[in-house]
Design a protein around this ligand. Structure first.
Ligand code: SAH
Length: 348
């Protein structure tokens, strides 16, 4: 049997991977072996989810941020970022438009914007909860106190996305200013899980300083935390950040990692991200063929789309929500999958 296929089977059996197996999978030039890796991951996803791909409507409601992460285009030191925040009414109107398009999950994402106090967040969450009782509400607002996370949960939020970015202490230091810590970020993830959120961690592929060893630690963290969702996408430099001149992560490595995560964690909700669609026109389709089972088209008003510029050349910034929705549907159907418009909760 092919060496790569054997490694894929071992990962699946042990739901774990060794550093040497990871090295082999990330370094091999065996193209046929890679097809087998992707096929194994795809088969695993299909055994649980069939050919269904869940959709989530992403609402990027503020790009103000108090943090200064070196990779991110909306970091506070970026004076060229045109800052905006949506009102509660605007956010609800995005949801209304999304609901009509079949979305049953809304993802509210922002920078760490101090304007949005706990009371304001809870007000927004309660409003969406009351108006759209059959929808899931996902938050992605960064690091908060456990009490705050609890309040949002009680107001009706169901899920929380907080990429850990890297599970390696030294690597974390290279990506973030001194006031941020990996320890606190990980604490947030454990708190979220304990409160009862469907919780998502994740990382960028190819961020400056990332190695096979640091990726191994990311995979070990996923194994330990057992998150419900894992968001990964290539790092893409943004021209107004300290990492402007760094190299982007690759399509190939992102696909391999998607497949590995699927094999290690068969039930995980795994998006084919916008960043993956940005580095390659078929990026998201290839992501699905490598084991991803979620896509997150944008529902933000077109007037602010371009301003939520985490990285350069982000796709779909000129398209109306409906265009994005149907364009993705076509892409997905072309590769033999179909969009599922249910909430798409983690299967318990
Ligand atoms: N403030 C929230 C949301 C952050 S933006 C939080 O802290 O969780 C969402 C994700 O975009 C980040 O977690 C990061 O992994 C990703 N991101 C930021 N800059 C990026 C870049 N230059 N290339 C690719 N992904 C990036």
């Amino acid at each position: 049997m092919n060496r790569i296929r054997r490694i894929a089977e071992t990962i699946q059996e042990k739901q774990n991977i060794t550093l040497e197996e990871l090295r082999k999978l990330l370094e091999t030039e065996d193209a046929e072996g890679m097809e087998e890796l992707f096929a194994a991951a795809r088969k695993t996803a299909q055994s649980i989810y069939g050919n269904r791909i869940y959709i989530r409507g992403l609402i990027e409601f503020s790009n103000y941020c108090k943090n200064d992460c070196y990779y991110c285009g909306i970091r506070r030191s970026n004076e060229n970022a045109q800052r905006y925040r949506l009102t509660k009414e605007q956010i609800v109107s995005c949801c209304r438009e999304g609901y009509a398009l079949g979305f049953r999950t809304f993802v509210l994402q922002s920078g760490e914007d101090l304007y949005f106090t706990d009371d304001r967040i809870c007000e927004i969450v309660s409003e969406i909860r009351n108006r759209f009782p059959d929808c899931a509400i996902t938050l992605s607002l960064g690091e908060k106190e456990k009490e705050s996370y609890r309040k949002y949960f009680e107001a009706g939020a169901d899920r929380y996305l907080l990429r850990h970015e890297t599970a390696d202490e030294a690597h974390y230091r290279k990506l973030h200013p001194p006031e941020l810590s990996l320890k606190h970020r990980l604490q947030c993830l454990w708190d979220l899980k304990e409160i009862g959120y469907q919780t998502g961690c994740g990382f960028m592929v190819g961020s400056p300083g990332q190695t096979i060893e640091t990726l191994y630690e990311d995979l070990q963290l996923i194994r330990e935390l057992q998150p419900h969702m894992v968001g990964i996408g290539p790092f893409i430099p943004q021209h107004d950040t300290p990492f402007a001149k760094e190299k982007a992560g690759t399509l190939e490595r992102t696909l391999r990692l998607l497949a590995i995560i699927r094999l290690m964690h068969p039930h995980v909700l795994l998006p084919a991200t916008t960043a993956l669609g940005t580095i390659h026109p078929m990026g998201r389709e290839k992501g699905i063929l490598a084991g991803a089972n979620v896509v997150m088209p944008n529902l933000s008003p077109v007037s602010v789309r371009k301003k939520y510029e985490l990285y350069d050349n982000k796709i779909c910034t000129g398209d109306e929500a409906a265009e994005c929705r149907f364009c993705l549907q076509k892409k997905i159907e072309k590769i033999g999958f179909r969009i599922d418009v249910s909430r798409g909760d983690y299967p318990e």
